[in-house]
Design a protein. Structure first.
Length: 689
């Protein structure tokens, strides 16, 4: 009988001493009634069981001082589980910690052996606080000891045990601070999938409203797709363009493409006409696969073979073929090309970003560390699957043991309903999405289990809605397709207004126009480079000049302005290339739009530059999306004149419903080079000077 079982036996016998027939019987009693019931126990019997625990510890042949903190927590939490029917505040005759645990187990926590179980809980209390549902978290912090609250103790113990053991795994008693170390032996998401299958093939990985996909099912179906693609002549290194929205089939195809050594080209499903044709021509694919309802317009834009995903003939594979496929994929190195993702092309045609096989697996570790993801977590992903975030977050779930829930498209009205339905504990979003959610009707804090949200950029009203009203911490990040996680908050270290905190895998610096570092707090261009292999892109597909330009002086140049503070937090100050020069003054577009978005009745403003045919400088044209019909144009103009310097007041306004906005996948950034610069059409208003 192991140590954990020994504690369970104690729990059963304590329950029997209280006159309960079994532990199951006590579960039928509401948690708050069980907690506050009187304690009656046979002291002699319990003392015998404590002696048995000491014997078990001796039999385990492990010196107490060498136990890691995870084992210590496990022992302590098993005690809490054993006495879960008692008043955990240590009253009414509850045995002391010294009576229950071997005294040496307490040394790692610095707990006096005469203390009560509540004292043990107090020590580990900060760890569980951040992982509780929002409504419980507020009660938890309001309680003097974090225990006298109305939700059940078994739930508390379950959360405390599961969430702390992973976060302390592998650390010694005296090493309890700092991030978990990143490993360098990650090869690819396929390798991560095979590890997950070896551990538990039945574990759920993907959740939709109608289907749940286990890791074993994903591996089997991906192998079948890989074999079928190979049968059609797709070889290692070939590009397979995938034009598909959020679905389990899309994920199966993605892994199938990787499994046979081909390169996944992830295509935005919103692209049409010339923009789609550019991507499908530029990547030079061997095959273009798309979801059925996109077939006709994809076929019209492509210059190579196009097939509907459902038309691929797949067959069950025998063991020999499966082993052959697995052996072949293990031959692919971590630095080989796995995926091409096309950037937004805000200043011109989209460029293909080349991502190596280990890229997603490596950045997944950053997400796991910063979000403290465990096997009990369920993520909610409402963003497009063709975006880099989907690849990274899905891989993070593979590595952490959790699962990822999704919906086909983002919906403001269904967002929190989905979060509740799936039991999501964390979710992600982008600035515009979070802003819409913050302005919608928010749910009751007790209706969900979200314990953290990831997003960027995050304006103040979003913090107020999610953190102050719902109790959900927001973690911000600064990332690009080239590196999805340059800086990222953690649960313990986050700061409002920052774009994330730097970490060990990526080196970040802020420089002047000559690439010389600027002092802390001073604005400049944000640059980064990896400290470890395969954490960033390989370059741009068939654009060596663009690659060299972006990576000049051995640093990747983001084109973004920002600054660092003394604690390593990175702040985004706007796009360096997205600025106006008017009347001799430089105008930050980010600041301009941010100011205009605060106007009453405005949902969103997008500003572009139009050339003044007389002065040769930029005039500002702003596309204004009203919030329903509440915008009063005269009041908006007065707002512009109030919050902006005179030289920054827009010259032209266009009211729109936003339908002409083409947004970048995942980031939600409007591709401004596609917006009309016409100032003569009837829907363009010139602002009186």
């Amino acid at each position: 009988m192991g140590l954990g079982r020994a504690f369970n036996v104690i729990g059963e016998r304590i329950s029997l001493a209280r006159g309960e027939s079994s532990r199951a019987a006590s579960r039928d009693i509401p948690g708050h009634e069980r907690r506050r019931g009187p304690v009656a126990h046979n002291a002699v019997r319990i003392e015998e069981q404590f002696s048995e625990i000491d014997a078990r510890l001796a039999q385990a042949n492990r010196p107490d001082h060498d136990l890691n903190r995870g084992v210590l927590l496990k022992d302590l939490l098993e005690v809490l589980h054993a006495v879960r029917g008692h008043d955990v505040r240590g009253t009414a005759g509850l045995p002391s910690v010294a009576q229950i645990l071997h005294p040496r187990l307490l040394e790692g926590f610095g707990i006096d052996g005469s203390g009560q179980v509540a004292q043990v809980v107090e020590v580990v209390r900060p760890r569980v606080h951040r992982r509780l549902p929002a409504h419980a978290r507020r009660q938890f912090m309001a309680s003097p000891r974090g225990l006298d609250i109305g939700w059940s103790l078994p739930f508390y113990i379950k959360r405390l045990k599961k969430e702390t053991l992973r976060s302390t795994k592998g650390r010694s008693v005296n090493d309890v601070s700092g991030p978990r170390p990143l490993v360098d032996n990650r090869v690819s998401p396929v390798d991560d999938l095979l590890r997950a299958v070896a551990e538990d093939p039945e574990r759920p990985l993907l959740r939709s409203r109608s289907e749940v996909l286990s890791v074993g099912e994903l591996a089997d179906r991906a192998r079948e797709v890989a074999a079928a693609l190979a049968g059609r002549g797709v070889a290692a290194g070939d590009r397979v363009a995938l034009v598909a929205g959020n679905s389990i089939d899309r994920v199966v195809w993605m892994f199938g493409i990787w499994w046979c050594g081909a390169v996944e080209v992830s295509v935005n499903v919103e692209l049409r006409g010339p923009m789609l044709a550019h991507v499908l021509t530029d990547c030079d694919p061997t095959l273009v696969a798309c979801q059925d309802d996109l077939f006709h317009h994809v076929r019209d834009a492509a210059a190579t073979e196009v097939m509907a995903m459902s038309a691929l003939q797949v067959e069950p594979l025998d063991m020999a073929v499966r082993e052959e496929l697995d052996a072949a994929q293990r031959g692919f190195g971590p630095g080989e090309l796995a995926t091409i993702l096309y950037t937004s092309g805000t200043t011109g045609p989209a460029k293909g970003v080349m991502l190596p096989r280990a890229y997603f697996s490596n950045l997944a570790q950053v997400w796991i560390d910063r979000l403290d993801l465990t096997g009990d977590d369920i993520g909610y992903f409402p963003l497009p699957f063709f975006h880099v975030d989907a690849h990274v977050q899905l891989t993070a779930c593979l590595q952490s043991g959790g699962s990822l829930a999704f919906r086909p498209r983002f919906s403001v009205s269904e967002y929190f309903a989905d979060v509740t339905r799936f039991g999501a504990t964390w979710a992600s979003g982008v600035g515009a999405m979070l802003s819409m959610l913050a302005q919608a009707e928010l749910p009751e804090p007790s209706s969900h289990h979200l314990t953290r949200m990831v997003g960027a950029p995050v304006p103040q009203h979003v913090y107020e809605a999610f953190e102050d009203r719902l109790g959900i911490p927001i973690l911000t990040l600064f990332g690009q397709t080239e590196c999805d996680g340059v800086a990222m908050d953690s649960i313990e270290q986050r700061r409002r207004g920052a774009a994330g905190r730097t970490h060990d895998a990526i080196e970040v610096q802020v420089v002047d126009e000559n690439d010389r570092p600027v002092p802390v707090g001073q604005t400049g261009e944000i640059l980064y480079r990896p400290r470890r292999p395969h954490f960033t892109a390989l370059g741009y597909w068939r654009r060596p000049e663009a690659t060299i330009e972006a990576w000049r002086n051995l640093w990747f140049h983001t084109g973004d302005s920002g600054h660092l503070d003394d604690d390593g937090f990175l702040y985004f100050d706007g796009r360096r290339t997205d600025s106006f020069r008017r009347r001799g003054e430089n105008i930050s577009v980010w600041e301009l739009e941010h100011s205009l978005n605060t106007a009453p009745g405005v949902r969103e403003c997008v500003a572009i530059a139009v050339r003044d045919e007389h002065g040769g400088e930029d005039e500002i044209k702003v596309f204004v999306v009203p919030d329903v019909d509440s915008l009063v144009l005269e009041e908006f103009i007065e707002h512009c004149r109030t919050v902006l310097p005179r030289f920054a007041v827009p010259r032209y306004l266009t009211l729109t419903d936003g339908s002409e906005f083409v947004r970048s996948a995942g980031t939600g950034v409007v591709q401004k080079h596609l917006l009309s610069r016409d100032i003569t059409s009837p829907n363009v208003m010139e602002v009186p000077r």
